[in-house]
Design a protein around this ligand. Sequence first.
Ligand code: PBG
Length: 325
Amino acid sequence: MGYPEQRPRRLRRTPAVRRLVAETSVEPRHLVLPMFVREGASAPLPIGSMPGVVQHTRDTLRKAAVEAVEAGVGGLMLFGIPERKDARGSQATDPDGVLNVALRDVIGEVGDATVVMADLCLDEFTDHGHCGLLAPDGTVDNDATLEVYAEMALVQASAGAHMLGPSGMMDGQVSVVRRALDEGGYGDVSVLAYAAKYASAFFGPFREAVDSSLQGDRRTYQQDPANAQEALREARLDVEEGADLVMVKPALGYLDLVSAVAANVDVPVAAYNVSGEYSMVEAAAERGWIDREPAILETLTAIRRAGASAVLTYWATEAAHLLRR
Ligand code: PBG
């Protein structure tokens, strides 16, 4: 008789048996590629803190969108960087603003072959870099911001976006966007709510990616990393307000919340593998400190295992190719 009697290693013995019993999979369709488009750019501009990621021109954005679709990615999330920023972020609601033009470009190119999403937030468009309008005392004015978000929703929907991603963490943003869409005749456009978004240092490289002019921080609207309960409340409110999916962001430090939110809501959960999480792996790999491709796939698997249906990741196209190998 052989001891020990329990031998879990039997299920790890060969690649075939490991494949048979794997509980989680990552498929290209689960991945959403965030993309940056810069107004007036004549060549793609590398983002120093995110090796491999660029600010696209309108032209290279279209090409990269097609490549992503050919690789089978589930969605594209577009961010725009305007040439001119002002206190009201007026380029965000201008139909000829860079993000809205880019949405039309990408939809014109890929149509319904993937889900084309638009970031719905003011931080890329304001000269002060905040996600909303400022009151005279310098605080972020929640309700005045909601009016601009409603306007943005209509402009993005009319540009053809399939799904809008309100990411500013203003109270009531999902219901305002939902109502604007319904009243504007865009009842079919869905909402991916950034429900639990934390005031995170891991957004650092993204600030370079969008030429952010933010001074200070976003702690009066993004969540305190110390809190978990609050994430469940935010997710519940967003579902009540009409969110079709809810997101947790960042992903890696917050997998407990991906899991808890997934257990508590009856809509799909997305998680955003943010810029800092990307850059850490890239930087370590560049130094030969980590094996890059396995690290990417392990990262995405962990986020899926925690309960995310969709993963926003700057590796989406490349990972889709790796997964098909
Ligand atoms: C706000 C927004 C941010 C990110 C996505 N949407 C920046 C912020 O909240 O400061 C961060 C994404 C990343 O770090 O990859 N429009």
